[in-house]
Design a protein. Structure first.
Ligand SMILES: [Zn+2]
Ligand SMILES: [Zn+2]
Length: 153
């Protein structure tokens, strides 16, 4: 992916949301684009590769600022640490393996939030819904194959 895709112009992305362009900010954006659903440690290690002097606190702060600005999305399935991704505008969902914790993207059939309407609207009086968070839980192909072969022996 070394084509001049405007979506990968990190300084332009930062300017578009009125964030000052700094080296840690572009480096964190780049790291989140490079490793979807990475946790903070992975992002920190990746950023450190190009910016050895960057501190953990700086990476935390930048992740916060980028999430608040909507440039990245933070997801945290229960039992998992926070993870970050750059696919922000398509309301996609996630599938999580109960065994190894692998996370995958699942396209949203509707495409825009909220894609589910709650059944009992009496509980929601006064609420303006803007998102329905869907996580599919199960076993990934590797783990289900491993379980199947274990139960046979
Ligand atoms: Zn698995
Ligand atoms: Zn995702």
């Amino acid at each position: 992916m070394d084509s001049p895709d405007p979506a990968l112009d990190y300084p332009a992305q930062l300017r578009a949301v009125d964030l000052r362009v700094t080296r840690p900010r572009t480096a964190v954006l780049e790291a989140v684009h490079a490793c979807p659903h990475a946790d903070t440690e992975t992002i920190f290690a990746t950023v450190r590769g190009g910016l050895p002097e960057v501190s953990r606190q700086t990476v935390y702060d930048v992740l916060h600022a980028l999430t608040a600005a909507g440039l990245i999305r933070r997801i945290q399935p229960s039992g998992s640490v926070a993870r970050y991704e750059s696919r922000v505008s398509d309301n996609h969902h996630h599938v999580v393996c109960r065994s190894c914790g692998t996370i995958g993207d699942v396209d949203c059939a509707v495409g825009e939030a909220p894609c589910l309407t709650a059944a009992d609207s009496a509980d929601l009086e006064g609420f303006v819904l803007d998102e329905a968070e869907v996580i599919y839980w199960g076993l990934c192909p590797d783990c289900s194959t491993r379980q199947a072969s274990r139960s046979q022996s």
